[in-house]
Design a protein around this ligand. Sequence first.
Ligand SMILES: [Zn+2]
Length: 300
Amino acid sequence: MKVMTYSLMAKSELCRIRPENSCCQLAEAYGLLLYAKLLSDGHNSYSTDNSAIAHLIGGTAASVCGVYADVLTLPKNSTSGSAVGAGNRFAVRIPNAEQKKLLCAAFAGSGGILEKECCVDAFLRGAFLVCGTVTDPKKDYHLEFLAGSERRCEILADAMKRVGLRTHKLNRNERWVIYVKDADGIMNLMNRMGAPYAAGHIEQTREMRGWRNNANRRVNCDQANIDRTLSASEQQCAAIRRLMGERGLEAIPPELREIASLRLENPEMSLRELSESLSEPISRSGVNHRLKKLMELAEE
Ligand SMILES: [Zn+2]
């Protein structure tokens, strides 16, 4: 059983979409076939471990281009070096040169295909399904298209720029990659391509992260309060010790003796805790007043 990664989840959401307008159907088909390299010379087969995507390419080639490609389930031992327990692989094959010519002709004068914004979104969806991956937003914000050739990378870069996405390019082992690195950009792209559920997942992760950061800040803030309490308390204890000198509590005015000894024994207590620990509880400001009085006496 294959693990449902975030990338796979987003793709299965996108695979279910069937564009209504014929302009978008053509644009999606262009994205699927161009990045599956089925429009390139010498490439007549595309293979994937995703059965839904293989069938989508086959169905699209038929409905949009009138080309009947074979969709095959490859025997398990046909891929060398595949991991033990790996799932099936699927291939889409253009059966002959005649069909290949027909396929390419559908996109002749492809300049107009990406004119409308609705079509750009459909095109990006097609491209993402065949050459895209997205990292689980819990780990990192990273979505990339393995475009391959520089030209295919440029076509994607232009399309993404048109809809306001910030992208970066890199050449990885002689293959061009275009990627998006910010959460807003990836969410925007997911929504555009038609995966609001996957986009929502990023939003949720980001909220969780923000919530956790706030909680951390809160803990730090509490620690700062404790530090402040201690340093005020240290000063009070020093003052009380100075006042007592050799004579001890006798040296302290009777009405201040209880708070003085309570503070000396409990330097970590807050004003509230001190006030609640007195034999006759008084207000917090009352406690503060008495401690100030002790400090003043010590300074005299
Ligand atoms: Zn359209």
